[in-house]
Design a protein around this ligand. Structure first.
Ligand code: NDP
Length: 318
């Protein structure tokens, strides 16, 4: 079978390409610049790449850019989307590539004779950022949607980009009769295959690299290998449908630094919270639907250890 992975050089997509090649798929992998060795060498060196990996140049903002990559594919895994928090111009840097890019990819899928399903990498950013109260007894599940107004009011431009992109995708596939499944991961940790530091790995790096305080905030975590496998299961399970939240554990940063200190007593890991306010309360995220795919979650402790080891190996952490 032939599958297409957009944004193949990214943190999550690199693991997805690795697992797809291991499972015998032929992978058409889109990258913005196939001649940029720091973006493609780690893909070209994967097992099976020589025989079954094909790089295709494509940009989210160019109409029709994905036609060649989608053509002949049985599945399209659309992972490409900008993920960073310090955009100067959120409209052009985040919202346009996420929203227009998703529609651009889906337009290439219309009337494809080979395509069986599109798996979209959405996010928890498109799920839980709304005005609903969150307390320890609240369980966020696949029926939750982030509220664009809430995202705007709080300057959460990345979350807004993912919310608008997922919403537009559901509308488009309904009108154009495309089978869509989304995976909605929480913050993704775990080892890096690509040479560049991605945004979620930088969250872990900051915690072990001399930060004085930790945030008074809670975050859901999931391992990158589980996220990649969830994409594949969401395609291979014929009965998969709708959205799949991917979260191993929701934790306050005080818990995360405790795990890291236990793992690495000699590293400088913050002991103080950034403020004196009560800790932001925890809430739950349902794992039930993801588990129904046969997915098992790597424990946060293991994932954090593997992240730090990888950051050391790649010399991000001296
Ligand atoms: P990366 O930054 O590692 O990967 C993002 C990818 O998107 C890169 O391959 C990048 O290409 C590509 N991209 C960005 N802009 C464009 C563009 N204009 N045209 C073509 N490609 C573009 O991030 P992740 O692997 O972490 O993220 C992958 C997906 O997972 C995203 O959709 C993200 O929203 C989602 N996600 C990530 C989470 C996380 O914690 N990591 C959590 C939940 C969802 P290039 O290499 O050329 O820059």
């Amino acid at each position: 079978q032939v599958v297409c992975v957009t944004g193949a050089s990214g943190f999550i997509a690199s693991w997805l390409v690795k697992f797809l090649l291991q499972r015998g798929y032929t992978v058409k992998a889109t990258v913005r610049d196939p001649n940029n060795s720091s973006k493609v060498d780690h893909l070209l060196n994967l097992e099976g790449a020589k025989e079954r990996l094909h790089l295709v140049k494509a940009n989210l903002l160019e109409e029709g850019s994905f036609d060649a990559a989608v053509e002949g594919s049985h599945a399209v895994f659309h992972t490409a989307s900008p993920f960073f928090n310090n955009a100067k111009d959120p409209q052009t840097e985040l919202l346009d590539p996420a929203l227009k890019g998703t529609l651009n990819v889906l337009k290439s899928c219309v009337n494809s004779p080979t395509l069986k399903r599109v798996v979209l990498t959405s996010s928890i950013a498109a799920v839980s950022f709304n005005y609903r109260p969150k307390t320890p007894d609240v369980v966020v599940d696949e029926t939750w949607y982030s509220d664009p107004e809430y995202c705007k009011e709080n300057g959460l431009w990345y979350n807004l980009s993912k919310t608008l992109a997922e919403d537009a995708a559901w509308k488009f596939v309904k009108e154009n009769n495309i089978d869509l499944v989304t995976v909605n991961p929480a913050l993704v940790s775990g080892p890096l295959l690509q040479p560049e530091l991605n945004t979620s790995a930088s969250v872990v790096l900051n915690l072990v690299n001399g930060a004085q305080t930790f945030k008074n905030d809670i975050v859901g975590w999931v391992d990158v290998r589980d996220v990649a496998m969830a994409h594949i299961l969401a395609y291979e399970s014929a009965s998969a449908n709708g959205r799949y939240l991917l979260v191993d554990r929701v934790a306050h940063f005080s818990e995360v630094v405790k795990i890291l200190r236990d793992l690495y007593p000699t590293l400088q890991i913050p002991e103080k919270c950034e403020d004196d306010k009560p800790y932001v309360p925890i809430f739950q995220v349902s794992k039930e639907k993801a588990k129904s795919l046969g997915l098992e979650f790597t424990p946060l402790e293991v994932s954090l250890k593997d992240t730090v080891e990888s950051l050391k190996e790649k010399n991000f952490l001296k």
